[in-house]
Design a protein around this ligand. Sequence first.
Ligand code: NAD
Ligand code: ZN
Length: 359
Amino acid sequence: MTAYRNFKLVGYVIYGRGAFSQLDEILAPRRQGEAPVVFLVDHFFQDQSAFLSRIPVRGRDRLLFADVTHEPKTSQVDALRDQIRAELGEVSGVVGIGGGSTMDLAKAVSLMLTNPGSSADYQGWDLVKQPGVYKVAVPTLSGTGAEVSRTTVLTGPTRKLGLNSDFTPFDQIVLDPELIANVPATQRFYTGMDCYIHCIESLQGSFLNAFSRSYGEKALELCREIFVRKEGWDGDSDEKLMMASYAGGMSIAYSQVGVAHAVSYGLSYLLGTRHGIGNCIVFNHLEEFYPEGVAEFHRMLAIHRIELPRGVTRGLSDAQMETMVNVSIGMAPLWQNALGPDWQQQMTRDRLRALFARL
Ligand code: NAD
Ligand code: ZN
């Protein structure tokens, strides 16, 4: 008999223009006595006083800026956890306000406030044993699906790997399309393409089922509407992108990503390439795996006048190439989804190294 996965979803979802204004009332019943709420806010908002003044900071609550110059590291999560414990003691919850990096930091900090040791000890599948503190996400960039996923991607001392667990999804997400209205077009494209690539990898993967297909097809349709068919960008596009990100995340929740993600993890681990742009750099060269998706991606690059970096692996040493191959080939579930059960025969180390060399 097939053993189906029984997966945990986000607890509550609020969606709509201006929904962010309801955060105060959403948090009120979750406050435990005097225990403060920690707002972890993307450092992008550091000097945006109009936005900051809308964050419902009450009593002993603390607003901390998340430095997302680089994608989240286990050491950064551990340091934030230590700081919160030392300065605030018990907290009522953690609210992450920002892009995928800030949302992942918020998830990981919530988990590490109740689980002993370093976040690096929990990189993997189902290693987290205790629920974290109450956690909320407010995305200000859409595409990663981090708002719905059961993982938080961290770079640790030996690998880049998520804390995948049933305790990882948020208790609450606040989806307010107004918050993504002013994202610069290039950043919007890279993070939006993360969603597009999630859809292609999920829909063409061997793990696909009707659940994943339903969400994946809808998310792909929304991506096409806003990135291919529609001219210009408006509030309607923000609404669609926010829902595409959600649906794309739901699609991979019950399937898996594929080749672009497996390869881009290698790039990111060695070179620190950010997730969105890294996926684009890789996907650009994946005609042999996803011919139609890559052709459409090339059209979107042209429409949005995006010039991708080239030659990013030029000049790397053999040892560095080996490191990338190791990180990438270690993502077994992704390869299995993309290429099927005999993926190891198809994706040899030599073939993978040649692919890295083309980037
Ligand atoms: P990001 O969070 O890394 O942010 C990219 C840049 O955009 C940063 O400089 C940030 O300060 C800035 N920014 C944030 N909000 C902005 C706004 N409203 N306007 C202008 N700039 C803004 O980017 P991302 O693409 O959303 O997230 C990538 C991260 O998400 C990676 O760390 C990746 O590993 C992670 N990720 C997680 C999952 C998951 O399921 N947990 C899935 C995919 C990616
Ligand atoms: Zn992704």
